[in-house]
Design a protein around this ligand. Structure first.
Ligand code: ZN
Length: 682
């Protein structure tokens, strides 16, 4: 069996055009890790359990987490690497030049490690904010106070940011959207089931705990009630997550004059000026009704209610940099009650995460120097082109799409660009001053630097070379405005991509991820953006209707999955990701088939699986995870991705290629043959 594998490997690689290196690879490449399997399970009944049941047992949930999967294991590994880098910077005791990445990262790390200083200061760093809120004796004054602090991260009932204009993707414009809730979704304030009611009660308790750090005991109760009541009113007027998926609904452009007339009742002139927003001509409002009604609330609700709300915002926003008891209280609610995490991560680990969270790109610059190989960039680029090729063929062969729309789809697919590993040019942080003491002031300096950097883009062309994730992130994304797919160095590691693993596993892993990101350009949202990244309908009406019918089937399929008694996946919220999973795994499978060409590996590998089986095991493997019930409940409401289990069960049950690979019989749970229910889109 081993010999046979060597043979096919050599021929496959020759066909791929890399003949020379092929002859050096004498050893058979790694197959599927058999310890991941649960051989008691039947792949045609529950492929997830079959493929990763063993992994789940061998990787129990740490007390410090609420979801523990392959993504987390890899993130933890990256983080350990980062800790090594940081510790080395401390050890070398070199006098790095001021504002060099090494100096900034090292000193921020030092400040993050100083728990004694944080405890000694208590709430002192935020006192000036709390006092200014207390001093404001009118809404006008309160508005000016909070506007002044926008650059250091003060939130309010709207978000204000600069981003590319969806209909003119090359230009940066001002955006304003709904915001201001401190629970993860509007549903938490509005739903009447017992779990939602329990969480609201705990939230009230948490607010009392937090206010007791900063207020007189006699004020605590009413402050907590005021916050809950106001946030509930904001929740009632908020647009749901599912509705927010529609980019057309979120695009409402106003000139400055139109804006100030349409949203009267709020001193916008002062707000923009004090928030240091440069001159602007147009603004895109994401939720028109919300904003109008929120301004009405601003005017109707008493000053004391808004004061309580902003005090809570100050405390909540800074809970991770004040004394450790405050951080622990915030953890108990947000990670404990909402997600089921039992323990905080050790302080040293939290310090590393703080550095990574605040200075991620600087850390990334140091990370890729040590932990990224240019070889993987080459191989992954090749896979991207192979998958694009398969996508082209499949679009051209679609029976539900007209030639007119196909032509436009080709235009878009051909225009996709991609980024792999890390940015070609690193961001310039040289004006950011970081000191080895005072975590609070350092975080504020970073917030201000980031805000100013964003505002400086206003009215200027979009820099398409920028990255939306740091290189060490274990993830990937599609950016509709740039029409690009991006794969950070962090995800180009085993088990997603392993240079020593068999091709089938890599195509099932990173190949599926590449296909997934490509197909985001053609999901319910992405399909509304054209080849240059503009929100612009390029579909004929008939084709759009047929597409909606197909996506409606995937919505229905996922609505049907019951993850906990009485709790179903929200098929509408998750449709974009489900479309991308189904398409991604299909594209990667056929790219692999094409990659093998006339010389596919014959028979079974040393792991006992055929290449087809190994491919699907490769896909299942990356979604391996354990999850707490609370985390699952929270994600069903907030996460546009389906739980890992259903990212395997859902797509594969629609795939003939999967049924054939495991010889699944009609009527098996993993075989969805009913033409009314089986979904094939791309
Ligand atoms: Zn996705």
């Amino acid at each position: 069996m081993k010999n046979a594998s060597k043979l096919w490997l050599a021929s496959a690689v020759i066909l791929g055009g890399m003949a020379l290196s092929a002859w050096n690879m004498i050893e058979e490449k790694k197959g599927y890790n058999l310890e991941n399997l649960d051989t008691e399970a039947n792949p045609c009944t529950d492929f997830y359990e079959y493929a990763i049941g063993g992994w789940k047992k061998a990787n129990p949930m740490p007390a410090t987490d609420s979801r523990w999967g392959v993504f987390n294991v890899l993130s933890k590994q990256n983080q350990d690497h980062i800790e090594g880098i940081l510790e080395n910077l401390l050890k070398t005791k070199k006098a790095y030049p001021a504002n060099s990445p090494e100096q900034q990262v090292r000193d921020f790390y030092l400040a993050s490690l100083d728990s004694a200083a944080r405890n000694a200061r208590g709430i002192e760093p935020v006192k000036k904010y709390l006092e200014a809120i207390e001093m404001a004796d009118s809404k006008e004054k309160l508005l000016k106070t909070i506007a002044t602090w926008r650059p250091v991260g003060m939130g309010t009932f709207f978000s204000l940011y600069v981003d590319s204009d969806a209909k003119e993707s090359g230009m940066n414009r001002l955006h304003l959207g709904q915001s201001g809730l401190h629970l993860p979704d509007r549903d938490y304030y509005l739903k009447e089931d017992s779990s939602s009611r329990m969480i609201r009660e705990s939230y009230g308790q948490h607010l009392r705990t937090m206010f007791s750090y900063i207020d007189n005991p006699e004020n605590v109760e009413s402050a907590a009630l005021d916050v809950i009541e106001l946030e509930k009113q904001l929740a009632e007027i908020s647009m749901s997550r599912t509705e927010r998926r529609d980019p057309d609904k979120r695009y409402n452009k106003y000139s400055r004059q139109e804006f100030e007339a349409a949203f009267a009742g709020f001193d916008w002139k002062s707000y923009f000026e004090l928030a240091q927003v440069p001159e602007w001509e147009d603004i895109i409002v994401e939720q028109v009704t919300y904003l109008k009604e929120a301004i009405a609330l601003w005017n109707e609700r008493p000053l004391k209610v808004w004061k309580a709300y902003y005090k809570w915002e100050v405390l909540s926003n800074n809970s991770g940099v004040l004394s450790l008891d405050i951080e622990a209280s915030q953890f108990a609610f947000y990670s404990g009650v909402l997600r089921g995490t039992q323990e905080m991560k050790p302080f040293s680990e939290r310090a590393v995460r703080k550095v990574n969270g605040n200075l991620g790109e600087l850390v990334g610059e140091l990370f890729v120097k040590q932990y990224f190989s240019e070889d993987s960039k080459k191989k992954v680029s090749q896979m991207v082109e192979e998958i694009r090729e398969v996508f082209r063929d499949r679009i051209m062969n679609l029976t539900w799409m007209s030639d007119t729309t196909k032509e436009k789809a080709m235009e878009k697919l051909n225009a996709f660009t991609y980024k792999i590993g890390y940015p070609d040019k690193w961001r310039d942080y040289s004006t950011l001053n970081i000191k080895p003491k005072n975590l609070f002031e350092n975080e504020e300096a970073i917030a201000e630097f980031t805000y100013k950097r964003m505002m400086d883009k206003l009215g200027k062309p979009v820099d398409k070379s920028e990255w939306g994730m740091t290189p060490q992130t274990v993830n990937a994304y599609y950016n509709a405005s740039n029409n690009e797919i991006v794969f950070p160095a962090g995800i180009l590691q085993p088990p997603f991509y392993d240079p020593n693993a068999d091709d089938a596993l890599n195509y099932g892993g990173i190949g599926g991820v590449i296909g997934h990101e490509f197909s985001h350009g053609f999901d319910d949202k992405g399909s509304k953006f054209d080849a240059v990244g503009n929100l612009n309908d390029w579909w004929t009406a008939n084709d759009r209707n047929r597409f909606n019918k197909l996506t409606g089937m995937i919505v229905a399929q996922f609505d049907g999955f019951e993850v906990l008694p009485g709790i179903h996946i929200n098929g509408s919220l998750t449709q974009g990701e489900n479309i991308a999973d189904l398409a991604g795994v299909t594209l990667a499978y056929h790219a692999l088939e094409k990659h093998y060409g006339d010389h596919p590996p014959k028979g079974k590998g040393s792991d006992g699986f055929t290449w087809q089986q190994r491919f699907f095991l490769g896909w299942a493997q990356v979604w391996a995870q354990n999850i707490t019930e609370k985390e699952l409940r929270t994600r069903i409401i907030t996460d546009p991705h389906s739980p890992g289990q259903y990212r395997v069960l859902g797509p594969l049950s629609n795939l003939q290629e999967f049924w054939n690979a495991f010889d699944c019989k009609d009527g098996s749970p993993m075989v969805q043959k009913d033409p009314e229910k089986r979904v094939v889109i791309w």
